[in-house]
Design a protein around this ligand. Structure first.
Ligand SMILES: *Cc1c(COP(=O)(O)O)cnc(C)c1O
Length: 377
């Protein structure tokens, strides 16, 4: 057993001096209880600057941010939206909500990332937009997706809810699409309990979003209180992401050569700092692991339960979208076998434990290896 494992509730969100100070100042100046004030404006400006985009619109959730992005893209009844068959469930439901058809493209084998090779067969005259999500520390191939979307006049929506602060090809995650989406949900790397944001450099998209959100009053608001607690977290994001990457590296090394479970990481991810392929950096909301072929869904449930008992927040990943929706609701491209496999064999470690000291991470990695050993034998 890992001894004195801190309660997950106490690990995230962090109780640090910066947040304590923000809460206290809000209490004293009353800004927490106002409709409008300096915090929202400061956050919007800081997010746009951090991501190197012209505009940021904050809203009430990541899910709402995806919906608003689809609306900005002009997605409506009968349109088609290309997306990965392994994705956050609400992204598909958002497409349905607008009366559009989700077109599911398979993943790269063994990775929770859209395979661009499936795209040509997916696009039709009704295709309007493409949602690309960065999941579990891996990033979607944005350069190729941008090229594809340009060729086919699709609006590219980049879901960066799981990797705020990551850098790919020299730009922050969320700044590669025509529209980028962030979540400030209670479990996320930047958290206000609830909340979200849309990043874009298009004034037209901002105007279309405002048509939905501004109805003589804000329809999807992020509160001053939420904005205030996000500001210090944004300032600490890079340092914390680097810390998490060091922990991920320790876990990867400890599991190297394990025959049951292996870490799934961005290509070239090795360095202690978390740098991979040049100056790119990953951000880990979840760290992904793949069970070897032959291990059942029941085995995965058991492993998860044993990990949780030892204070290791390890869970099954997403279900493949085609396995949880009726065939009439989506159009699938090809067999979708890779995403189906991931739906059965992927596991994710939740990020709060990654901010612990290296010795703790090592202890956790050894405990995970012990659990795997005990389950085999
Ligand atoms: C969490 C998440 C969202 C939605 O965020 P909420 O703020 O919880 O609505 C969207 N996409 C991905 C990939 C997520 O992980």
């Amino acid at each position: 057993m890992v001894t004195d494992t801190p309660d997950m509730q106490l690990l995230w969100p962090p109780c640090d001096a910066q947040l304590r100070d923000v809460f206290l100042r809000m209490l004293e100046d009353g800004s927490w209880g106002r409709y409008q004030g300096p915090h929202g404006d400061a956050l919007t400006a800081a997010l746009a600057e951090y991501h190197g985009v012209d505009h940021c619109v904050v809203c009430c959730s990541g899910t709402a941010a995806v919906e608003l992005s689809l609306r900005a893209a002009g997605v409506g009844s009968g349109d088609e939206v290309l997306m990965c068959a392994y994705d956050f469930k609400a992204n598909l439901v958002n497409v349905l909500h607008l009366g559009a058809v989700p077109v599911l493209v398979d993943t790269v084998p063994g990775q929770p990332i859209m395979d661009v090779r499936g795209l040509e067969a997916a696009v039709t005259s009704r295709s309007k937009a493409l949602i690309a999500s960065h999941l579990h520390g891996l990033s979607a191939p944005m350069a190729e997706l941008r090229q594809f979307c340009r060729t086919h006049s699709l609006v590219l929506i980049e879901d960066a809810c799981q990797n705020p602060g990551a850098v790919l090809d020299g730009r922050r995650a969320g700044a590669h699409g025509d529209l980028g989406v962030l979540s400030f949900g209670g479990s996320k790397l930047l958290t206000a309990g609830r909340g979200g944001a849309i990043l874009t450099s298009s004034k037209t998209f901002v105007q279309r979003i405002h048509l939905c959100t501004q109805r003589g009053n804000e329809a999807y608001p992020l509160s001053e209180m939420q904005a205030a607690v996000l500001l210090p977290q944004l300032r600490q994001l890079d340092v914390r992401n680097a810390h998490r990457a060091v922990s991920v590296e320790i876990l990867r090394k400890r599991l190297e050569g394990n025959h049951v479970l292996r870490a799934v990481l961005p290509a070239g991810f090795t360095a202690e700092t978390g740098d991979h392929s040049g100056h790119d950096t990953a951000a880990f909301y979840k760290m992904a692991f793949l069970l070897s072929v032959g291990y059942s869904a029941e085995f995965r449930e058991q492993l998860s339960a044993m990990c949780l008992r030892s204070g290791i927040p390890m869970y099954p990943g997403f279900s493949a979208l085609q396995t949880i929706h009726a065939k009439s609701r989506y159009r699938g491209i090809g067999t979708l076998e890779n995403s189906a496999e991931l739906g059965k064999r992927l596991m994710v470690l939740h990020h709060p434990v990654l901010l612990q000291e290296p010795a703790k991470i090592d202890e956790m990695a050894l405990e995970l290896c012990r659990i795997l050993q005990s389950m085999r034998g």
